[in-house]
Design a binder for this molecule. Structure first.
Ligand code: FMN
Length: 364
C-alpha cells in the first residue's frame, strides 16, 4: 500500500497545491470570505458574481431603485478586492452565469479587477475570450455537462480566437446543486453520466485536439474517496459546492448553514426555475410551492436580470433573484436553498482549514 499525495492543479498560468476548486454559489453563498479561505488553504476559491448588486449599498432593494447592473458591477469589484485583501497570494476566481443579461460586463469586470480565472456556466460561453482579451493571464474555464458542449466551445474558440479553454468543469446533473445542465427527463441519462463524460472528454482533448487541458469533476464529490474516484477517471481536479456550505467562512446567513446541517438526504428535491433549467434544492415551503406551480409565488420582474426568463416572459415559476437572496439572508422557508444530492451528510459547521485538511490528508 502506498501513501498518496493529491496532485497539484494548474489552470492556465495559475497553480495551486491541491486539485480542489470551491464551486461558485449564488447569491452570496460563496463571496470573498469563503473564496479567500479556500485560496489560503491551497485550493481555488470562487466568488459567485450572480446578483451581487441586489444586496449591496449600490441598490435600494426595498424600493427596487437604482441601476441593478451597475450595482452588480460595483459589488463584484468590491468582492474581488475584499477577497484579495484576505488572500493576497491565493488563486481566486469568479463564477459567471452565461444566462445573465450582464454576463459580458461581469466577465470584463472580473478580468480587469484581478480575478485569476473565470468559470462560466448556465449556457455556452462562446464569446468569453472576447470579453477578457486584454487580460491574457485570466484562465477561462467553461462548465459543461457533456462532451458535445465542450466540442462546440473548442471549435468556436479555436476558429474565432485562436485559443482553447484553460480547463473544463464537467458538472454532473444527477448530483450537483443549483441549476443543472440537463432537462428534467435527462437528469439520469447515460449521456451526462459523469463516469462516462470525464474519460470521453479527456480522450477528446488528448487524442483529437492533442492538448493537455485539465478536466475538473463537479457534483456529488464529498470526501477523499470521491476525489480519488474522479482522479482515477482521468480528472485533474474536483469542484465541491455543497460541502463548503457548512463551513464557518461560507458567506450565507448562519440560518442557511444550519438548514443545510439539519437536512436529511430525502429533503433534496428538483425544482423548476425561470432560467429554464431544473435546479436541485432543499425541500422547504418555497420549494414545495415552486414544484406545485403555486400562483402565490412572486412573479413581478424586479431587475430584468436574465436573457430569457419564464417569470418575466410567461409569468411562470418565480423571481429567482428574490428567492435566492431571501434564502441567503436567512429566510430559509420563503427562499430557495440550493443543494447538491449529498446535502444531509454534514454533521458540523467547521472551519475551511479543517475541511481542507481532511480532504487533503495523506491517504492509503
Ligand atoms: C447553493 C448553491 C448555489 C450554486 N450557485 C451556482 C452558481 O451561481 N453558478 C454555478 O455555476 N454553479 C452554482 N452551483 C453549483 C456549484 O458551483 C457546484 O458545481 C455544484 O454544487 C457541485 O456539486 P456538489 O454541490 O455536489 O459539490 C451552486 C450550488 C449550490 C449548492
Amino acid at each position: 500500500m502506498s501513501i498518496q499525495h493529491l496532485p497539484s492543479l494548474t489552470l492556465g498560468q495559475h497553480q495551486v497545491p491541491y486539485p480542489i476548486i470551491q464551486g461558485g454559489m449564488g447569491i452570496r453563498i460563496s463571496g470573498a470570505r469563503l473564496a479567500s479561505a479556500v485560496a489560503n488553504t491551497g485550493g481555488i476559491g470562487i466568488i459567485s458574481a450572480v446578483g451581487l448588486g441586489f444586496n449591496s449599498p449600490y441598490y435600494d432593494r426595498q424600493r427596487r431603485r437604482g441601476d441593478f447592473f451597475e450595482a452588480n458591477r460595483k459589488a463584484l469589484i468590491d468582492e474581488i478586492q475584499k477577497a484579495r485583501e484576505l488572500s493576497p497570494n491565493g488563486i481566486i476566481g469568479v463564477n459567471i452565469l452565461v444566462a445573465a443579461r450582464d454576463y459580458p460586463q461581469l466577465a470584463r469586470t472580473a478580468a480587469q479587477h484581478g480575478a485569476n480565472l473565470i468559470i462560466a456556466g448556465a449556457g455556452l460561453p462562446l464569446q468569453l475570450p472576447e470579453y477578457t482579451a486584454e487580460s491574457p493571464d485570466v484562465a477561462l474555464v467553461p462548465i459543461v455537462s457533456g462532451v458535445r458542449a465542450a466540442q462546440i466551445i473548442c471549435r468556436k474558440w479555436k476558429r474565432t480566437y485562436g485559443r482553447l479553454p484553460d480547463g473544463f468543469i464537467v458538472e454532473c446533473p444527477k448530483t450537483a446543486g443549483g441549476h443543472l445542465g440537463a432537462k428534467y427527463e435527462d437528469l439520469d441519462s447515460e449521456e451526462s453520466n459523469i463516469e462516462q463524460v470525464i474519460p470521453q472528454l479527456v480522450a477528446y482533448l488528448r487524442d483529437k485536439l492533442k492538448v493537455n487541458i485539465p478536466v475538473i469533476a463537479a457534483g456529488g464529490v464529498w470526501d477523499r474517496a470521491d476525489i480519488k474516484q474522479m482522479l482515477a477517471l482521468g480528472a485533474s481536479g474536483v469542484q465541491l459546492g455543497t460541502r463548503f456550505i457548512t463551513t464557518e467562512e461560507c458567506d450565507a446567513d448562519p440560518r442557511y448553514k444550519e438548514f443545510h446541517l439539519q437536512a436529511q438526504r430525502e429533503d433534496v428535491v428538483i425544482v423548476p426555475s425561470p432560467v429554464g433549467l431544473p435546479g436541485r434544492a432543499l425541500r422547504n415551503e418555497f420549494a414545495e410551492a415552486a414544484i406545485a406551480s403555486s400562483p402565490h409565488l412572486e412573479k413581478r420582474c424586479i431587475a430584468n436580470c436574465l436573457k430569457s426568463c419564464a417569470c418575466r416572459e410567461q409569468k411562470k415559476t418565480y423571481c429567482i433573484i428574490q428567492a435566492l437572496d431571501k434564502a441567503a439572508r436567512g429566510d430559509i422557508e420563503d427562499g430557495l436553498v440550493f443543494a447538491g444530492s449529498n446535502a444531509g451528510r454534514a454533521n458540523a459547521i467547521v472551519p475551511v482549514a479543517d475541511l481542507m485538511a481532511e480532504l487533503t490528508a495523506l491517504s492509503n
